[in-house]
Structure formats: structure tokens, C-alpha cells
Design a protein around this ligand. Structure first.
Ligand SMILES: [Zn+2]
Length: 138
């Protein structure tokens, strides 16, 4: 038991000291946030331009949202929700029956991919019909 206690106190020593303003940790955090901010706005712009080239529709800047980490962007266009993660663009689809939850379509690169994603009518597990006509092959 004595051994366990000393491990816990060692971990506290490792985790607790956070240097004050201007310390290396603050600098690293600031650098990380700067990069994320650029990443987030870059991803927003990329999503808007990919949607415009796929649909010809204009995506308003205000309708594109990106997470703080700059890893994912989402946009609404004519009632459809699109998601961009890295290079992968998907269309969010809801369960055909209950309307929830959302499913990511397979990756969309071309107008044909977009059409396939739009035609896709997924079921959630709870609503999945028993007959075999529902299945879709990708
Ligand atoms: Zn459902």
C-alpha cells in the first residue's frame, strides 16, 4: 500500500506544475491554438468551395461551422448537412423512419457520389426492417 501511495504522489508531481504566463507550456498552448484557428478557418473555406464546385450552390460563410481543433467542419445547404473531416466530405443522413440519429454517407468526391448519398435512406438499428429489400450495396 505504501508503494501505491508513492506512485500517486509521483503522478501528482508530474501533472500538477503548470508554468505561469510566458512559460513553455503557455507558449505551446498558444501555438496550438493559433494553428487550430488557421486549421478551422481553412477547413471552413475548403468545405464551402467543395460544396460550391459539387452543387453550383453558394454556401454562405455564416452557414459553415468548424470545431475549435480544426479537425471537422459542417455546413448546411438547402436543408442538407455536409461534414468535412480532413479530406473526407460526407452527407449526413437521418434514419428514414424516426429521423434520428445521423449517419455519414460514404465519402463524396464527385456529383455521382453526391447523388448516391442523397438517394441513400439509412435505417437506424431500432427501425431496421426485417425483410431483405432494405439493404444497400456500396
Ligand atoms: Zn430509426
Amino acid at each position: 500500500m505504501l508503494y501505491q501511495q508513492s506512485v500517486v504522489s509521483d503522478m501528482r508531481t508530474l501533472v500538477s506544475p503548470i508554468p505561469g504566463p510566458g512559460g513553455w507550456a503557455a507558449q505551446a498552448t498558444a501555438a496550438y491554438k493559433r494553428r487550430n484557428k488557421q486549421g478551422a478557418s481553412g477547413l471552413q473555406a475548403q468545405l464551402a468551395s467543395r460544396l460550391t464546385s459539387l452543387t453550383g450552390g453558394k454556401v454562405a460563410a455564416g452557414s459553415v461551422w468548424a470545431d475549435d481543433a480544426g479537425e471537422m467542419a459542417m455546413a448546411k445547404l438547402d436543408g442538407h448537412t455536409f461534414r468535412l473531416r480532413g479530406e473526407e466530405l460526407t452527407l449526413l443522413r437521418s434514419c428514414k423512419y424516426c429521423g434520428i440519429p445521423s449517419f455519414d454517407s460514404p465519402s463524396i468526391r464527385t456529383v455521382e457520389d453526391l447523388g448516391r448519398a442523397l438517394a441513400w435512406e439509412p435505417y437506424c438499428q431500432a427501425c431496421e426492417p426485417d425483410d431483405e429489400d432494405w439493404s444497400y450495396s456500396w
